[in-house]
Design a protein around this ligand. Structure first.
Ligand SMILES: NC(=O)c1ccc[n+]([C@@H]2O[C@H](COP(=O)([O-])OP(=O)(O)OC[C@H]3O[C@@H](n4cnc5c(N)ncnc54)[C@H](O)[C@@H]3O)[C@@H](O)[C@H]2O)c1
Length: 260
């Protein structure tokens, strides 16, 4: 059993954290803030150029980050990514399964989604998480523990229309989180998820019409736009020792839109 230290238990200092999709959008903010907090951050994003640049910017600011461009739907690439992390930093303390196909998906009626696109979304958004968890598992187990945070979506609570494949994949993330948590408890590995509300990431802004964005704050207790920084605290908490007895949970971060 570990004790609680108010000076260190919330800290990620020197923890090795992988952030999939850590080079753009919300993941870019997670990786930056964690590095600013002293973590050794791995950006595992398919967007190689953006990811390499972001890692270089973090290093230039005096923090620790490496970019290992990875397609999480490619099992071999994910294994190679984990191997490189171990070669570089010898351990893996945390995994944030943030990468997903979202902003690249057109919003359209469910029956206009073709099967190939449905399959690709499941391949990345669900199978990708499974493959990433499997790649880090032996290392976390050997170290005596670790923390996994899966990024789901508030769509699970609200049943939002359009992007049915995406919504379904994010519901699957919650099921995966619960069942994996129950399998990993004996290895002292915590597995939790967060469900963000509509968040103005750079990619969301670039792909959403102003009509779609307007008025989305009104259903919240806090009637203002949600930004990536609104999610950082929840993710860092679930990676930290301060949350070490929390597992299998879904933490809703949406300014009080859905009550869970
Ligand atoms: N922005 C929102 O409103 C919102 C709301 C709820 C949940 N989320 C979730 O939060 C996370 C980040 O959201 P975002 O707004 O930055 O989304 P986004 O679609 O802009 O970014 C996803 C990230 O994943 C990466 N990626 C995509 N496919 C990949 C693959 N095969 N392998 C590795 N990386 C891949 C992208 O390059 C990008 O960096 C996603 O999981 C998203 O589903 C976002």
């Amino acid at each position: 059993m570990t004790g609680f230290d108010p000076n260190t238990s919330f800290s990620l200092k020197d923890k090795v954290i992988i952030v999939t999709g850590g080079g753009t959008g919300i993941g870019k903010v997670y990786s930056q803030r964690m590095a600013e907090g002293g973590a050794k951050v791995v950006l595992a994003d398919i967007a190689a150029e953006a990811s390499d640049k972001h890692a270089a910017d973090i290093r230039a600011a005096g923090h620790q980050a490496i970019s290992i461009p990875t397609d999480i739907s490619d099992e071999k690439a994910v294994q190679e990514m984990a191997d490189k992390v171990i070669a570089e930093w010898r351990r893996i303390d945390g995994l944030v399964n943030n990468a997903s196909m979202m902003s690249v998906l057109e919003r359209r009626d469910w029956w206009k989604i073709d099967v190939a696109e449905w399959d690709r979304v499941m391949e990345v958004n669900l199978r990708g998480i499974f493959v990433c968890c499997r790649a880090v598992y032996p290392h976390m187990k050997a170290q005596g523990g670790g923390r996994i945070v899966n990024i789901s979506s508030g769509r699970f609570w609200t049943g939002s229309p359009n992007r049915l494949h995406y919504s379904t994949s994010k519901a699957g993330v919650l099921g995966l989180t619960r069942s994996l948590a129950s399998e990993l408890g004996d290895d002292n590995i915590g597995v939790n998820s967060i469900t963000p509300g509509f968040t103005l990431s750079e990619t969301q802004l670039a792909t959403s019409s102003s009509n779609y964005v307007t008025g989305r704050d009104q259903g919240r207790c806090f009637k203002r736009p949600q930004t990536p920084d609104d999610l950082v605290g929840a993710v860092m908490f679930l990676l930290s020792d301060a949350s070490s007895f929390i597992t299998g949970q879904a933490l809703n971060v949406d300014g009080g839109q859905a009550f869970h």
